[in-house]
Design a protein around this ligand. Structure first.
Ligand SMILES: CC(C)(COP(=O)(O)OP(=O)(O)OC[C@H]1O[C@@H](n2cnc3c(N)ncnc32)[C@H](O)[C@@H]1OP(=O)(O)O)[C@@H](O)C(=O)NCCC(=O)NCCS
Length: 178
């Protein structure tokens, strides 16, 4: 029998992430090799102190903005991931985005797709941007899918640029004109 996926849409919210409101789980996500296997984060070991420094530095920067992704659960907001816009190139009105859903428990429920949809709106309305990019390892099919669902297009392939488990893979640049 075909397995039916739970597509019940969770309502999500993006809020600028402050050190004072990030969850303990956040530290675990970034240190979980399975979660970060297709990201550059896999090379880092992150203590709470390192992550606090990272969040504080972003919050001081003028061109990068980090948002927590929150869902409503039992009348409370639960932090389930992050999405970043930056560094923004204000001359060209363009920026990279990057994103992470922390726990497997929350993947494949449309959360990253919605978070990207919301960050596109922020990019347009708050930062007046005209172009977004995202870089993805070619084997990260879920990440490519969330971009495609938000009408990003593959604009470039960097052949054999990623070393993963002793094999070389392409990385891909997806772009969207806003
Ligand atoms: C990639 C990631 C952001 C996806 O988040 P998510 O909330 O699960 O994404 P969504 O539920 O919105 O959509 C996932 C889509 O990918 C599809 N998908 C999931 N795993 C897949 C796989 N192995 N192969 C092909 N498609 C896959 C899902 O079916 C879904 O598409 P559909 O709605 O058409 O069925 C999340 O898994 C994550 O944070 N991973 C770790 C960090 C990371 O890789 N970040 C991106 C770095 S570029």
């Amino acid at each position: 029998m075909q397995k039916i996926k739970n597509r019940a849409k969770k309502k999500i919210k993006l809020k600028k992430l402050k050190v004072s409101d990030f969850s303990n789980e956040y530290i675990m996500w970034l240190n979980n090799p399975e979660t970060v296997k297709y990201t550059e984060q896999r090379y880092k070991k992150n203590s709470r102190k390192d992550i606090e420094k990272f969040v504080n530095n972003i919050n001081k920067s003028k061109d990068s903005f980090l948002y927590g992704i929150y869902i409503e659960k039992n009348n409370k907001e639960e932090h389930v991931g992050n999405i970043k816009i930056g560094p923004i190139n204000f001359n060209h009105k363009s920026s990279y985005i990057s994103y992470l859903i922390g726990s497997k428990q929350f993947t494949n429920q449309g959360i990253a797709t919605q978070a990207i949809y919301l960050i596109i709106d922020i990019a347009k309305k708050k930062f007046k941007l005209k172009k977004l990019f995202a870089g993805v390892y070619s084997m990260n099919k879920a990440s490519r899918r969330v971009l495609i669902k938000n009408k990003f297009k593959c604009e470039g392939i960097l052949k054999s640029s990623i070393l993963f488990k002793n094999r070389r893979y392409d990385s891909m640049i997806y772009g969207k004109i806003l």
